[in-house]
Design a protein around this ligand. Structure first.
Ligand code: SF4
Ligand code: SF4
Length: 433
């Protein structure tokens, strides 16, 4: 029987109704020194040095850009060590011992509104570059490059759909800080001289619709911004799907949305832009979902970048009684990766960690039911790609357009035989470059 599904079971209720917990004073933070886009680094500090919140302590070098590294606490620089990153790999981090004084670096000062009103696109791009802002929804793409587009933009879309099951930190961010969201969008529209803004939410998120429309009406009546309720299916939050449902524009594979006069930013990135422009702040803190059926108190947490997930699990009163083995997923359950340890550090782009009681699934042979093919949002054939990977046939992988896969995880989710089909398609993408 064909199991066609773009609906996935949701578990947001575990955390959605709870106010965001603040955990801003870990004893240590661990700052990642490199990432997938910036693979080498230079440090400006050494062990024993004193640093302040927001101080530049180094720089990461990417292929075509540099990215400052900032401290997220005030305190003393410790050793360089290895810790897990959200990609599931171990990377170099630098330890900083918090002195709990929360002393901000002299560069962190508010910019008056009349100054902001005069800022050009180039000015804003420079600020965001200096603050090392990247796509906080998980993409990690440098935001200054995106904001620096020279294509004419008529509409800016803020993606607040958050369609991954379990995740609700964006939901709480909007509910608790709607002014920061709208002001961030206002700044982006100013930079790009865009005539219209859209905040895209899931249709079921009614409280967000109410609060955003009220804030727009009362506090920002002069702005041409609307709130668009999109569908509840998965992956509605995929940017291409957002443009399609919010604007009726179908962006072909490999074409930049800016070529159609539109641009999208994740809602956390939008708030990051607000913090950078208004407060001259790098990403010091972020909203984060810690959830899953294996921990006692799933919740959303506002924390310092560099906080250890192990500390957060303690804060959530540890694992449930009787839980023997856990599966730690970094990111959402559909697109995230499994980790082998809870010794994970929250980076700027870590949206969530999900801790589930480990259940062994036994893969069975493919029954050719076609469920994976019917569910794929980019209309490729995951089962055929899997077979090509097993044969090592790269020409067929290319011919089947494996490169179009967005790694949404639906093919594995619907598979009748519990095969990790997505892993095969991911492998195909790597094999064909
Ligand atoms: S092949 Fe890729 S895009 Fe298609 S369902 Fe599988 S993971 Fe999603
Ligand atoms: S891989 Fe799974 S979902 Fe796809 S055809 Fe085979 S059994 Fe069906």
């Amino acid at each position: 029987m064909i199991k066609k599904s773009r609906k996935v079971r949701d578990y947001k209720a575990l955390t959605k109704a709870l106010p965001t917990l603040r955990y801003l004073d870990p004893e240590y933070v661990y700052i990642h020194l490199y990432n997938a886009r910036a693979k080498t680094y230079d440090l400006f500090v050494k062990e024993g040095d004193y640093v302040k919140v927001g101080e530049k302590i180094g720089v990461r070098h990417g292929g075509f850009f540099e990215q400052p590294i900032h401290s997220t606490v005030s305190g003393y620089v410790g050793k360089i060590m290895k810790k897990f990153h959200r990609t599931g790999r171990k990377v170099d981090v630098i330890e900083i011992r918090n002195d709990f004084k929360d002393l901000y670096h002299e560069s962190i000062t508010d910019r008056p509104d009349y100054v902001i009103e005069q800022l050009s696109q180039d000015d804003m791009v420079e600020i965001i570059k200096d603050k090392a802002l990247v796509g906080l929804g998980g993409s990690g793409f440098p935001s200054y490059i995106k904001l620096g587009t020279k294509d004419p933009i008529h509409t800016v879309v803020i993606n607040a759909v958050e369609c991954e099951p379990y995740l609700s930190s964006d939901y709480r961010l909007i509910l608790e800080h709607p002014n920061r969201v709208v002001t961030g969008l206002k700044y982006i529209m100013q930079a790009l001289n865009a005539e219209k803004g859209i905040i895209a939410i899931k249709s079921e998120k009614d409280p967000l619709y109410e609060i955003l429309t009220q804030v727009l009406k009362v506090r920002f009546p002069e702005l041409n911004i609307e709130v668009a309720k999109l569908g509840n299916h998965y992956p509605q939050g995929w940017e291409i799907e957002v443009f399609k449902y919010a604007l009726g524009i179908e962006i072909p594979h490999g074409v930049l949305p800016t070529k159609f006069g539109v641009i999208g930013f994740n809602v956390s990135t939008c708030v990051g832009i607000f913090d950078a422009i208004k407060h001259n702040l790098p990403v010091i803190k972020r909203h984060f979902t810690l959830t899953g059926d294996a921990i006692n108190f799933p919740q959303n947490i506002r924390l310092r970048v560099g906080t250890s997930v192990r500390d957060l699990i303690k804060l959530s009163d540890g694992f449930k009684e009787g839980v023997k083995e856990v599966n730690v997923i970094m990111g959402g359950p559909m697109m995230g990766v499994s980790a082998t340890s809870d010794d994970i550090i929250v980076s700027k782009t870590t949206t969530s960690v999900i801790i589930l009681e480990n259940t062994e699934y036994v893969e069975e042979p493919c029954v050719r039911c076609g469920s994976c093919v019917y569910s794929c949002p980019v209309s490729i054939e995951p089962v055929q790609i899997m077979n090509a990977v097993k044969r090592g046939d790269k020409d067929v992988m290319r011919g089947l357009e494996a490169y179009k896969c967005i790694e949404c995880g639906l093919c594995a989710y619907v598979c009748t035989s519990k095969i990790h089909v997505t892993d095969y398609v991911r492998k195909a993408k790597k094999l064909i470059g």
